[in-house]
Design a protein around this ligand. Structure first.
Ligand code: ZN
Length: 322
């Protein structure tokens, strides 16, 4: 019974029964705490759960026991990331606030925490309360931690804050003690498989299964593995030029981004070493690939660095291959 109710409160959260039961109990008792700390490995549903939690607090036509309707304008806006009373305080929020590139954001700064506080102190625009989700909470800088602690000590009335962290140990003990902790566990293999299979319906089942098995209960990891496979399988050497350029630009996307490019170049280097030894490739290609990897590790523009490298190698191949 408890499970059924929890499922109706949090239908989009899969495989985190303990967490959703804790949250459901708080909602049905009418005692939603001011601050939660969601902890657990990356990619197991903490953000999805925070969004569902916000929906439960913001829904304008819940059932008599408070289950969000999923159909009102508030529920729809939460789903569409556009509810004005739900603040999502993350690197994207900070990049927009500070007018800086997204990939330069390494920690959450005091200006960001102060902006969160300012917004929380405004009256709700559409709901009865305001909700802020701050992530990654383990990357809140030192000064910012103290500002955050102050907010948690005296939360503006009618506000609910969720801190999300993959590394709870990195948070100030005083911050941890101000929040109710909800622990998330690695997901069961079947849950990871189901989620990624649904998202990647066009991929062979065996490939999805391999990624799910290697993902240690993290959907994020399974997705990254599938994306990496796509990256490594791309035929950069002979595809049309426009396809190559679009493919390189794809690495500007933060999800594939720098790590994806590094994986690709590592695989490319391994291949080039074999080619050079076999006399099928000039050592110059190998040097250039190594240089590109170094530059990307030193924060050079990922898309442009890859474009320069691959275009050069393609030209070289035409010259030598005749
Ligand atoms: Zn609703």
């Amino acid at each position: 019974m408890a499970n059924e109710i929890a499922e109706r409160f949090f239908p989009e959260v899969l495989g985190q029964d303990n967490a959703v039961q804790t949250l459901t109990a708080a909602l049905t008792a009418g005692r939603a705490p001011h601050a939660y700390l969601f902890t657990g490995p990356a990619g197991v549903g903490k953000k999805t759960t925070a969004r569902a939690w916000a929906k439960a607090l913001l829904c304008v036509s819940p059932t008599s026991v408070g289950i969000p309707c999923a159909a009102c304008s508030a529920c729809k806006k939460v789903n569409a990331h556009s509810h004005p009373d739900l603040l999502w305080v993350d690197f994207e929020f900070q990049a927009a606030l500070l007018k800086e590139p997204l990939d330069k954001q390494k920690s959450l700064k005091i200006a960001t925490v102060r902006e969160m506080e300012r917004l929380l102190r405004l009256k709700p625009l559409e709901g009865r309360v305001k909700v802020a989700v701050l992530t990654p909470a383990d990357l809140v800088g030192d000064d910012a931690s103290h500002a955050l602690l102050k907010i948690l000590e005296e939360p503006p009335p009618g506000t609910h804050i969720v801190l999300i962290s993959d590394e709870a140990g990195a948070l100030l003990a005083t911050i941890r003690s101000r929040c109710q902790r909800v622990r998330f566990r690695p997901l069961a293999l079947e849950v990871v498989s189901d989620i990624v299979a649904r998202e990647h319906g066009n991929r062979p089942a065996a490939e999805v299964d391999r990624a799910a098995r290697a993902a240690d209960g993290s959907v994020e990891r399974a997705r990254a593995l599938l994306e990496e496979n796509t990256v490594l399988a791309f035929d950069w050497a002979t595809c049309p030029l426009s396809e190559l350029l679009t493919w390189c630009e794809g690495f500007q996307n933060p999800r594939v981004g720098r790590t994806g490019a590094e994986r690709f170049l590592e695989a490319l280097l391994a291949q080039f070493q074999l080619d050079v030894r076999a006399g099928d490739r000039s050592a110059d290609d190998l040097d250039r690939a190594l240089l590109a990897l170094t530059r990307i590790r030193q924060n050079a523009n990922v898309g442009l660095t890859l474009q320069h490298l691959l275009l050069h190698i393609r030209r070289n191949a035409r010259k030598h291959g005749g």
